[in-house]
Design a protein around this ligand. Structure first.
Ligand SMILES: Cc1cc2nc3c(=O)[nH]c(=O)nc-3n(C[C@H](O)[C@H](O)[C@H](O)COP(=O)(O)OP(=O)(O)OC[C@H]3O[C@@H](n4cnc5c(N)ncnc54)[C@H](O)[C@@H]3O)c2cc1C
Ligand SMILES: NC(=O)c1ccc[n+]([C@@H]2O[C@H](COP(=O)([O-])OP(=O)(O)OC[C@H]3O[C@@H](n4cnc5c(N)ncnc54)[C@H](O)[C@@H]3O)[C@@H](O)[C@H]2O)c1
Length: 470
């Protein structure tokens, strides 16, 4: 059995599992990483990378069309075949050989197969041939198994064989018409992409778009999607039926048809078949963890990334992975653990400083606490808005630039707790706000952070002017 013992076993080789394994190896521990599908996980093959590749061509085209001079030069439509080929290159044609090479080079052992816990610090792996191997961990087992799409309870939906984000991001034959259930991040990003691919898009968003963001974000994205021809229905389907021609979709008051239908109604924990019952934990739930990613009431089981439901984003999962990988090393070696807020072994930013870019047109870039949530949390906030279109740099970036920015400021502490930018090319602006929030930079000091002229970043100066100089 000696060869089946490692210091750490990581279940799931998505972006998160890969990063934990890497940190633990760099800290001098032996690590085995177990993967049942493709090394690289959802983000590489069916989520972030292919979805952003599907969206990028349209953003670039419209950016050119919004500048007099290039608008006259760029007169053709998107080349869908070339766009899909570019998307394929980002997924390496769904081949993980490159990522496997990285894992090997990083000194991580890799096992293919489906892993299940089998009591404390033990994991059994069943490979595609049905062969079973037992793995033992000296110090820790990490669950980094991610999440699955959540199917809403709609009559006929399962039988109608809806697409999940996997089919939508790996599309080869573009449907003539495309219905999407869910007005969250996946829904609006896929609506943006499928309009570019040439589909007629109908989006079912029962409570508007991008709930949880500032209201103006969903409003501006809805306005842009409608202007490009999308139909947005503020109701949920009550019945879906597959027919010879596609799908029929009914709400309480209307009927629609589409060639295909996508479910984009959130995620569920991928924990229903990983042996949680063998360690006394409920099956199928998100795994609840402390700030070092240790599962409550255990001293050896960690849960990192989507599966702990702290922030379902690749960058935030990788941030958790850096903290968890390092704390596993520290605990294994009996070294001090730095688990005070903002210490190197905790993911403090998960609580109030999570950045997210929604890659629509306009982009939505937000970080921290939104104004409605701040008020619910009892923080006395000042809310400051500015029209990004009035910034010189923005008007140079695109003719008739439309966009909006908001800062949420803690009046008592005089620091920013939330920021949202909506508009073309605002994604790269977001990190400035993340730094201001994480660094708790006082408003008075921010006046000394001078944005270059003429850039969109000058919106910072305009927002500070609206706050007033202390
Ligand atoms: C359409 C879409 C677009 C997205 N775009 C973005 C984006 O632009 N930016 C962003 O930050 N986030 C984005 N996300 C979210 C992002 O994809 C996830 O947050 C991220 O993939 C989570 O990483 P993870 O490693 O926790 O899980 P995963 O990437 O799901 O990896 C888990 C891995 O574990 C494996 N596994 C599961 N169970 C077992 C088992 N029992 N045994 C062995 N292996 C197992 C799986 O096969 C998988 O490879 C998007 C999500 C979707 C659906
Ligand atoms: N750019 C990015 O960072 C990015 C892109 C895509 C996905 N993601 C992540 O992936 C996760 C999943 O995204 P998602 O869009 O599936 O989930 P989500 O939680 O963002 O949105 C789901 C939406 O579906 C709606 N909904 C639920 N049931 C419904 C029903 N029966 N009828 C109509 N609407 C219904 C909800 O009200 C909600 O608005 C998110 O947490 C997101 O952070 C991130």
């Amino acid at each position: 059995m000696a060869e089946n013992r490692w210091d750490v076993i990581v279940i799931g080789a998505g972006a998160v599992g890969e990063n934990i394994a890497d940190r633990a190896v760099q800290g001098g521990l032996s690590v085995v990483l177990v993967e049942s599908e493709l090394v690289g996980g959802e983000c590489s093959y069916w989520a972030c990378m292919p979805s952003k590749a599907l969206i990028r061509s349209g953003l670039a085209l419209r950016a050119a069309q919004r500048v007099d001079g290039t608008a006259q030069a760029v007169t053709g439509d998107i080349d869908v075949a070339a766009l899909l080929a570019r998307r394929d290159s980002f997924t390496s044609n769904w081949d993980d050989a490159g990522q496997v090479r990285w894992v090997e080079k990083a000194g991580i052992d890799l096992r293919r197969g489906h892993a299940r816990l089998d009591g404390a610090k033990r994991v059994i792996v069943t490979d595609d041939n049905g062969d079973v191997t037992t793995l033992n961990a000296n110090h820790a087992v990490v669950v980094a198994t991610g999440s699955d799409p959540k199917l809403p309870d709609i009559s006929g939906l399962v039988d109608a064989q809806p697409w999940t984000p996997r089919e939508a991001t790996s599309v080869k034959e573009v449907p003539e018409s495309f219905a999407i259930i869910g007005g969250g991040v996946v829904g609006v990003e896929m609506a943006t992409a499928y309009l570019d691919l040439g589909s007629k898009v109908t989006l079912f968003a029962r409570s508007g778009l991008l709930n949880g963001q500032e209201d103006f974000a969903g409003d501006l994205v809805a306005k842009a999607l409608r202007a490009r021809g999308a139909t947005i229905v503020t109701a949920s389907p009550t019945r879906v039926k597959r027919t010879a021609h596609g799908v029929e979709i009914e709400t309480e008051t209307e009927s629609f048809t589409a060639s295909e239908i996508l479910i984009a109604t959130g995620r569920t924990a991928r924990t229903s078949d990983i042996g949680l019952d063998t360690v006394g934990l409920p099956v199928g739930d998100w795994l609840s963890v402390d700030d070092t990613m240790l599962v409550h009431d255990t001293d050896w089981l960690y849960a990192v990334g989507d599966v702990n439901h702290r922030a379902l984003l690749t960058h935030q999962g990788k941030y958790q992975a850096r903290a968890a990988g390092d704390v596993i090393v520290a605990r294994a070696k009996g070294e001090p653990v730095d688990d005070a807020p903002w210490g190197s072994h905790v993911a403090t930013a998960d609580h109030g400083a999570v950045p997210q870019v929604t890659f629509t047109d306009p982009e939505v870039a937000s970080v921290g606490i939104m104004s409605a949530d701040a008020q619910k949390q009892g923080i006395d906030v000042q809310i400051v808005d500015y029209n990004i279109g009035w910034v010189a740099g923005a008007s140079l970036q695109a003719d008739n630039y439309e966009g909006q920015a908001r800062l949420v400021i803690d009046r008592e502490l005089q620091v920013i707790v939330g920021a949202t930018f909506v508009g073309q090319d605002v994604a790269e602006l977001l990190h400035s706000a993340t730094i201001a929030i994480v660094g708790e930079v006082p408003i008075a000091r921010l006046w000394h952070a001078v944005p270059s002229y003429p850039t969109i970043s000058e919106v910072w100066l305009r927002l500070l002017e609206a706050v007033g100089r202390p």
